[in-house]
Design a protein around this ligand. Structure first.
Ligand SMILES: NC(=O)c1ccc[n+]([C@@H]2O[C@H](COP(=O)([O-])OP(=O)(O)OC[C@H]3O[C@@H](n4cnc5c(N)ncnc54)[C@H](OP(=O)(O)O)[C@@H]3O)[C@@H](O)[C@H]2O)c1
Length: 337
């Protein structure tokens, strides 16, 4: 019987929020691997805010996904057939698998999972791309040091959870912003953040930052942009750092918020720097070993928000922009064991 690949392709580019109406599902026969290639069955797929950027006409830093193409996505899969010397059937691998049940890729682009570091769920969660982003954003770009005050936005999400906990491990006082009382309780009670701001309930985000960070902010880890970034700029301390990781509040909106507080950077001799996790690819092993050590020792945790079934991936993309997820959003396509 022919093995079929179920795929989610881009149907049309969204103008605002992306959702199931912008994607289509189909089935195609799986392509047998050529010399050097590997056939992979997808187990877990990541859903990331950046996907909304990738399906826009001009993402700026990567090629756009074209209508009719399989949606680009990182994920974890199991090797079914290998014509590459680097992996064997049964191996778990990480790669840009796309939103599909099967894919055929060169063995050279696959990362074999080291089970000694963690499970497949760990590799997409607390050892995955969002955790690596948090690690380099807090420790390198933000250069957070013991005794400093760190503010993290979208604190209950994939990147935010890890950024706050990594800053705590570095000896910082950590405040998070999140939408709603449950998310705020999660980051303070379960993740050990010192305080949380429910930005949806606060009439004045500047006053909320002043209240929770009375001496100002040394490092702002920015996941959202917009008014929160503006308010954080207003509270930045002398030689403070702002690590611009993402701007989810501005990604799917027609009206972009104009930042007013840039002038603060001069008097405060502060630094604002955007970064992409891919720039740190040659240090992923170092970061994964560090994260795995803390994970095993119980000093780090990550809540995953798992959606079952490939067909739920487009719905997942909408959830990220509506705050429907608590934790790193993952789609389970097939059972890991
Ligand atoms: N620079 C890099 O290399 C890199 C790599 C990975 C991710 N990122 C960025 O990191 C950020 C977090 O990504 P993630 O995968 O961990 O997603 P996530 O935080 O798990 O999910 C997104 C969260 O953003 C919040 N949000 C949505 N709309 C918002 C708005 N208008 N204002 C404020 N908050 C809003 C929601 O939480 P609330 O309910 O709290 O609003 C939502 O749950 C994104 O900006 C992403 O683009 C950057």
């Amino acid at each position: 019987m022919t093995l079929m690949n179920r795929r989610v392709t881009l149907k049309e580019r969204p103008t605002g929020l992306a959702g199931p109406e912008h994607f289509a599902m189909d089935e195609q026969p799986v392509r047998a691997p050529a010399e050097g290639e590997v056939l992979i069955e997808t187990l877990l797929l990541s859903v990331d805010p950046a996907m909304r950027v990738w399906i826009s006409e001009n993402p700026g830093y990567v090629e756009p996904v074209l209508p009719g193409e399989v949606m680009r996505a990182g994920g974890i899969g199991r090797v079914l057939e290998s014509r590459s010397p680097t992996v064997r059937p049964g191996d778990l691998v990480q790669a840009r698998l796309g939103w599909q049940t099967h894919t055929t890729l060169p063995g050279s682009v696959l990362q074999r999972l080291d089970p000694a570091l963690g499970s497949a769920l760990d590799w997409i969660g607390p050892l995955g791309g969002t955790a690596l982003t948090a690690y380099f954003g807090i420790l390198d770009v933000g250069a957070a040091k013991a005794g400093e005050t760190v503010l993290v936005s979208a604190a209950s999400g994939g990147v935010g959870q890890m950024a706050g906990q990594i800053a705590k491990l570095a000896g910082c006082r950590v405040v998070g912003t999140a939408g709603g009382p449950e998310k705020c309780a999660f980051v303070t009670r379960e993740l050990g953040f010192d305080e949380a701001i429910d930005y949806k309930a606060e009439p004045d985000i500047k006053a909320a930052i002043r209240r929770t960070c009375p001496d100002g902010i040394d490092v702002y880890f920015d996941n959202v942009g917009g008014p929160t970034l503006d308010a954080a700029l207003g509270a930045i301390r002398l030689r403070g750092r702002i690590a611009v990781c993402g701007r989810i509040s501005q990604t799917a909106t027609a009206e972009v918020y104009g930042i007013r507080n840039m002038g603060v950077l001069i008097g405060k001799r502060a630094r604002i720097e955007g970064f992409l996790v891919f720039d740190y690819a040659d240090r992923y092993d170092e970061a994964r070993r560090w994260l795995s050590g803390h994970l095993k020792a119980g000093r780090l945790k990550q809540r995953l928000h798992v959606l079952d079934g490939l067909e739920r991936a487009p719905e997942g993309l909408t959830m990220l922009f509506r705050g429907g997820n608590t934790g790193k959003l993952v789609v389970r396509v097939a059972k890991e064991d």
